[in-house]
Write a protein that binds this ligand. Structure first.
Ligand code: UT7
Length: 325
């Protein structure tokens, strides 16, 4: 049986110029490079310059992904952009990127599932392609979390960074089995009962301000180590695969200890895990497409490789996607 699949045709990422080391935080907060490295794996992160917006980072990542795919913007049918740090309340950051790319057709919209945003956006774009609504979709994860950090809260402000990653998905015919290229399965969840362990204390209809990120880190950590392995295994099961078939895990980059615990639960060695948290920090919805782009640019991903991506964040919202490169 012939089925439509969403195959990755191009990938790209962009990081703002300014690099901030752990030592910079240690100069004005009761923290240390040693604490941040040993508890999280983070060594540095990038922060957007004044006036540099989420759409600016997204545009650069999008241009690179389109260049990698060898496509002009008008070859796209849709842009799905995952972010929790949009330029404006509305219109969507995706429509800004659409205009900046010079894309005069199709449609663009944002998706908000915080750190799980890219997995949700990928799943959404895959549905657009599989239902025939679109042939080519640009999926972007872009964030400026530096804009919602409390610089006096050492338990959160050292963890996050800014950046953007983008993937061009294109329709291709597959046989409908696990040997197909493209997205093979997704697994999505949320549980709003946990929304107060990771949230921003402001918003349009509550305070009328942007607010600051608040997190009970230890609680989120406990959920992450259980839920990420479960959702990765569930997505693999839906694809008709097992962890033994996996060539690469491309996880959300929040904490090296969560990343390695998840790999261990799946029975996979760290050599099969793409890790960028040390250089990028936690960039929320941007972390997976950036890690994918880094791995691709280093020539680590080969056609036919089975990749699992998984993420968890505010909501709680979590999920995984399995694709063959
Ligand atoms: O991407 C969205 C999902 N988010 C995550 O996945 C994040 C999940 N959580 C984590 O990654 C970890 O829980 C953290 C990295 C946030 C914290 O690590 P932890 O090992 O869970 O530490 P903790 O929160 O239990 O804190 C241990 C100690 C505390 O001191 P006391 O109470 O034991 O005296 C904290 O006050 O470390 C202290 N602490 C710090 N010390 C130095 C917290 N932040 C810092 C800091 N520097 N920056």
């Amino acid at each position: 049986m012939s089925v439509r699949r969403s195959v990755v045709r191009g990938v790209g990422h962009h990081l703002p110029e300014r690099v901030v080391t752990n030592d910079e935080f240690a100069q004005r907060l009761d923290t240390s490079d040693e604490w941040i490295r040993s508890r999280t794996g983070i060594e540095r992160r990038h922060f957007a310059a004044e006036g540099e917006m989420t759409s600016d980072l997204a545009l650069r990542a999008a241009e690179r992904a389109l260049g990698d795919a060898g496509l002009e913007a008008d070859a796209l049918d849709a842009i799905v952009l995952a972010t929790s740090t949009p330029d404006l309340t509305f219109p969507s950051t995706a429509t800004k990127v659409q205009a900046d790319l010079g894309m005069t057709r199709g449609f663009a919209y944002d998706i908000q599932a915080v750190c799980a945003g890219f997995v949700f956006a990928l799943a959404n774009a895959d549905m657009l392609i599989r239902t025939g609504e679109a042939d080519r979709v640009l999926v972007i994860g872009a964030e400026t979390f530096s804009r919602i950090l409390d610089w006096d809260d050492r338990s959160t402000c050292v963890l996050f960074g800014d950046g953007a990653g983008a993937v061009v998905l294109e329709a291709a015919e597959g046989k409908g089995d696990a040997g197909d290229r493209g997205i093979l399965a997704v697994d999505l969840h949320s549980d709003g009962r946990y929304r107060d362990i990771l949230y921003v204390d402001g918003g349009v209809s509550s305070t009328g301000s942007a607010g600051c990120l608040r997190m009970q880190g230890r609680e989120v950590f406990k959920h992450a180590v259980v839920k990420l392995a479960e959702t990765a295994e569930a997505a693999l099961g839906k694809a008709g695969l097992t962890p033994a078939d996996v060539d690469w895990i491309i996880p959300h980059q929040a904490n090296l200890r969560i990343i390695s615990a998840t790999a261990q639960k799946l029975g996979l060695p760290m050599e099969r895990v793409v890790v960028t948290v040390g250089e990028h920090g936690n960039t929320s919805a941007a972390s997976i497409p950036m890690a994918m782009s880094v791995a691709a640019s280093e020539g680590r991903l080969s056609p036919g490789d089975v990749i699992v991506t998984e993420a968890i964040g505010g909501g709680l919202a979590w999920g995984a996607a399995v694709l063959r490169w």
